[in-house]
Design a protein around this ligand. Sequence first.
Ligand code: SF4
Length: 214
Amino acid sequence: MFASPEDIQVSTSNRILKVLYLNKLKEHEERLLELQDEKIIYVSDLVSCSHKRVLRRHYPEVYFQFEPVPFLGTLAHIGLEKTLEEQGLKIEEEFQVPFDLEGTIYTIKGRVDARGENFIVEIKTSRSDQGIPRLHHVLQLQLYCMFLEVEEGILIYVTPSRVAEYSVKRTDIDLRTLVEETVMDLRHPRWEWECKYCPFLKLCGYAVKKPKNR
Ligand code: SF4
């Protein structure tokens, strides 16, 4: 016996999809105030286009995404983190560091995927393995190492054609310059490919029209 076409129909209740959507929306809504706080700088802000942070503060709702690729990325993170936790690593460790820029105190916030003894792990999922390890991921990991005072960062890529691991050494980073560029909105975009993937592309006066592929 095989199912006939009459046995299958598009769900009108979307019972499961709706649960997933509402979970994701709740997560976003809980962060809405923080996303608009000008004194908060995420580590990811320090390695991204500075104008994205400006637009995120103005239009935090536009930042919400419920799409297949990021959703797959979230699932891969959950699965890998569970495996690492079973190996004794601490997962999803959050940290925050005060930073004084000309008398204004900012809070730099970050969250590492997993932490072991003197190393941290960052998991990246991507549609392609082109250009890995990517510079902004390496810089982000080096910042994590610096803030958490660990000597090694491990970068794991999961892409449709490759699963690869890289070891990144801790190095001193010019944090003041990164914070200045971010707060004063001096790097827009920071990377030539960034606009193509930016949720604020249609709202941005700085958007680069013909970025190259990553
Ligand atoms: S469209 Fe480009 S310049 Fe504008 S916020 Fe996005 S990444 Fe930055």
